[in-house]
Design a protein around this ligand. Structure first.
Ligand code: ACM
Length: 544
């Protein structure tokens, strides 16, 4: 049994606990009113397995010894109330199906770490709860995690596991970075070489890009369209939206290696390009031609069929202008389109797909470089190079997701010193993430209303597998989840010691889930790597 104050993310309000009121046991039933979605099934699958209980369905909304799910339209869609009442009843009331689901996540936390197992470790298949009321609602509508499945392919089952880990933290957006120089990870039926050629590389830089080491094992993999449908459906049942990212016009070498005509063929022999085997910003960018637009429209047509998400991410980051500067064809294009220079070509790409997506009832989102050359009309911005791009976009009336690299890039190391595995970037401790504030101070209320929410980003250059990703993501994702969900005070007023105390319970949940988090005592010996693999940046990250 867990004290309600140990909930993570912290709920808006708790009354109680008072005394024992509920026992989950072999007679416990589930009642689901119409409109509550699939949470009843989720409870049976998860808690039923964890406690080896049948959790039979009942049609009797007044049944005793029951978990009752219903909705109340006066609550916000993701809000919920959870009552544990004395007559052996748990009632979860959501504003909509999502609220019901988040309430069920709270119930799971309250039932104790054993509720996260897949079978009971002991012989007594029961769990007790005290009478109490939890009232809760999220601060932000966009509570995201980006997984870069391009730099290292993450097998489908690991993605599904991350969907569950997001759900356990009441996060609701999984941004999948599906394409990059180092690998194309989504089957596109009309362009089969994107995965046929573009999903494998011959070798990989081992460590940071400054590292002298190579891993000569070929690396690759991709999701079939059925894999994607499965991931999207699994996420949807957990009220998580999967936002696909197809990165253009930069970060495109894997696509160009597969289809050399996509590149700037008048300045580089693109037939000689292979899927990139190292890290960094790549000079091989898309050619600004109508044929390239048609090619990517074909890609996006298939992407839209697979992903119901309103927002579709088109990348737009780190697109070096060198080839466009050198290319007579690109220069002719600039003149023909009446653009002022190469920045105009970048925004020409983005504006085209902004209109194209809008015409199909979707919305474009891109990294903050899409501000260069003028922001497309309906575009939303992922602000990664600090707050600056997000502030400019929000003040111009565009929606923003705040994910500044200085704060919430979880590839950055978690402690100073030489012991962190493959040290990359700044030190961002658990406490630093806990004190991250997505809405920049001083932003006017009209602009602040455009901050849709926040996202933690996991770039996987130095994360070859699930254990490495777990280590970088946890426990910091728990702090991030509280920043995204809970109405926390200003950063300096946040009660970090109290959060750390709640984390003592949360580590036991993560243990039960088999998460390879960084232990609070220091780096796990299994994750130590030699220090030659890249130099950490020292000092405090600048906020730009
Ligand atoms: C990014 O980190 N290049 C979005």
């Amino acid at each position: 049994m867990t004290h309600p104050m140990d909930l993570i993310p912290a709920p808006a309000r708790v009354e109680g606990p008072y005394r024992c009121g509920f026992l989950l046991d072999a007679r416990t039933t589930l009642y689901a009113a119409p409109g509550t979605g699939t949470t009843e099934r989720w409870l049976r699958t998860t808690l039923g397995a964890a406690f080896a209980l049948p959790l039979r369905e009942t049609a009797d909304e007044n049944a005793a010894n029951s978990v009752r799910l219903r909705t109340d339209g006066t609550l916000a869609p993701e809000a919920y109330r959870l009552h544990v009442v004395a007559d052996r009843v748990v009632e979860i009331v959501g504003g909509g199906p999502a609220g019901v689901f988040w309430g069920a996540q709270t119930l799971r936390q309250l039932l104790g770490p054993e509720a996260y197992r897949k079978a009971p470790p002991g012989t007594a298949p029961t769990a007790a709860l005290t009478t109490q009321t939890v009232e809760d609602t999220p601060r932000f509508a966009w509570r995201g995690l980006l997984l870069d499945v391009s730099r290292h392919f993450l097998p489908k089952d690991d993605v599904l596991r991350y969907v569950d880990l997001l759900a356990a933290h009441k996060l609701n957006v999984l941004h999948l970075h599906l394409t990059d120089d180092q690998g194309w990870r989504i089957e596109i039926k009309r362009h089969p070489r994107l995965t046929g050629t573009g999903s494998w590389r011959a070798r990989s830089k081992w460590g940071h890009r400054a590292s002298p080491l190579w891993d000569d094992t070929p690396h690759g993999g991709f999701y079939t369209q059925d894999d994607i449908r499965e991931i999207v459906a699994y996420a949807a049942e957990r009220h998580i939206t999967v936002v696909p990212e197809i990165d253009l016009p930069g970060h495109s070498q894997a696509a160009i290696a597969a289809y050399p005509e996509l590149g700037n063929t008048d300045v580089v022999d693109t037939t000689a390009l292979t899927v990139w085997d190292t890290w960094g910003v790549n000079p091989n960018v898309l050619a600004p031609t109508e044929a390239v637009l048609r090619f990517y429209e074909g890609v996006f047509e298939e992407v839209l069929d697979l992903f119901p998400s309103t927002f579709v991410h088109v990348g737009g980051d780190e697109c070096p202008r060198g080839q466009w500067k050198a290319s007579p064809a690109a220069q002719a294009r600039i003149r023909e389109l009446g653009l002022s220079g190469e920045d105009g070509l970048q925004s020409w790409f983005i504006r085209h797909f902004d209109r194209w997506l809008t015409a199909r009832g979707r919305r474009l989102i891109g990294w903050d470089e899409i501000l260069e050359g003028g922001l497309a009309e309906g575009a939303a911005v992922s602000s990664w190079r600090g707050y600056g791009g997000g502030i400019a976009a929000a003040e111009a009336g565009h929606d923003v997701v705040m994910c500044p690299e200085q704060q919430v890039y979880l590839d950055h190391r978690q402690a100073p010193g030489e012991d962190e595995p493959m040290p990359i970037g700044y030190v961002r401790t658990l406490e630093d993430v806990y004190r991250f504030e997505p809405v920049p101070p001083g932003l006017a209320p009209e602009a602040a209303a455009h901050i849709l929410g926040t996202q933690a980003n996991v770039w996987t250059e130095v994360m070859q597998d699930r254990a490495r990703i777990d280590y970088q993501v946890f426990p910091r994702l728990a702090a991030f989840a509280e920043v995204a969900w809970s109405a926390l005070p200003a950063p300096e007023a946040r009660d970090y010691p109290a959060f750390e105390r709640r984390m003592n319970t949360h580590y036991r949940r993560l243990d039960a889930l088999g998460v390879d988090y960084r232990p609070p005592t220091g780096p796990h010996p299994r994750q130590r790597r030699p220090g030659v693999l890249g130099r950490p940046l020292e000092g405090t990250p600048p906020n730009v």
